[in-house]
Design a protein around this ligand. Structure first.
Ligand SMILES: [Zn+2]
Length: 303
């Protein structure tokens, strides 16, 4: 599985009251999360890809700080602290986007680290990115842009993926806001293969941003056309809340006072309001939702 932290999520993990003027809280939080995952994941027996999310132009110093931590870790362990990062210059001019992305890919390539980049506009809103009011015609990346990125980045390293827009939106909206067109990914693959005469029919690694709220068919199609990563956040946020909400509403007579519940006025409610009780419910409901997604993404181990 892949665990990724956003810029704001990393700061929150460190503690939301830490000053983040120079992005330090977001660096500290992401680095702490990476070390935590490295320490705990072996106990679950689950290999984890540790990734960081959207990094737009104004927060590039965040990515610089993360790469500093990677290089330090690399010196000691022969691998970077994070498996991969994302740089998101999709709001900038395409040439500049590619140029700066290539610069970061060069730094990552020295550690055989993966870099995800974004092109085109993903609609909706996620964390520090807001595209809710953008013209929906901009929500579809052109094949020639994919080809341009492919040829430029390929010269630097093979370890990169492209989050292209094919009508995807961050967050969940009413039906009809944008139409998802996963078949565009197939057209991009054909275009690049034709131009570059590549051996494989799927030369490009795509990332599906804004996966929440999509149909099983859309997931299946985009994965078939070369998507190697699906971002799922909003639906998991909802699943996480659902567990707590159901618990609190179902136990409301045990959560109104510290002492006293329907079983007696002298009964303690400590075991009901203990954070482990209700936070565990959030984890359980989110885990169930993740399991559904693994099935949708054709990522369940075949025994
Ligand atoms: Zn995105």
């Amino acid at each position: 599985m892949i665990l990724q932290t956003t810029y704001a999520g990393a700061a929150f993990f460190a503690g939301d009251s830490i000053d983040n003027t120079n992005h330090q809280a977001s660096v500290i939080g992401a680095v702490a999360a990476a070390h935590y995952i490295r320490a705990v994941a072996p106990a679950y027996g689950i290999p984890v890809v540790i990734h960081t999310d959207h990094c737009a132009k104004d927060i590039l110093p965040w990515l610089d700080g993360l790469l500093d931590a990677d290089e330090l870790y690399y010196k000691e362990h022969g691998e970077p602290l994070f498996s991969s990062h994302m740089v998101d210059l999709s709001e900038e001019d395409v040439t500049w986007n590619i140029q700066i992305t290539a610069k970061y890919l060069k730094r990552a390539a020295a550690m055989k680290q993966w870099l995800e980049m974004e092109i085109g506009v993903t609609g909706g809103m996620e964390d520090t990115v807001n595209h809710e009011h953008v013209d929906t015609s901009l929500l579809y990346t052109q094949s020639r842009d994919i080809h341009l990125i492919y040829t430029n980045l390929k010269q630097v390293s093979p370890y990169f993926s492209i989050a292209a827009s094919f009508g995807n939106v961050h967050g969940v909206y009413k039906a009809g806001y944008a139409v998802l067109r996963p078949h565009l990914l197939r057209l991009h693959q054909e275009y690049v293969q034709e131009k570059e005469k590549t051996k494989t029919c799927k030369p490009v690694f795509f990332v599906f941003h804004g996966g929440s709220g999509s149909s099983a068919q859309d997931y299946a199609d985009s994965i078939r056309f070369g998507t190697v990563k699906v971002n799922l956040d909003t639906d998991l946020q909802w699943a996480y809340l659902s567990g707590v909400r159901n618990y609190v509403m179902g136990k409301k007579d045990y959560l109104a006072t510290q002492v006293g519940n329907p079983e007696g006025s002298d009964k303690s409610n400590k075991k009901y309001y203990h954070p482990r009780a209700w936070l565990r419910e959030a984890e359980k409901s989110m885990t169930a939702r993740v399991k559904d997604s693994f099935r949708d993404f054709n990522a369940v181990n075949q025994l």
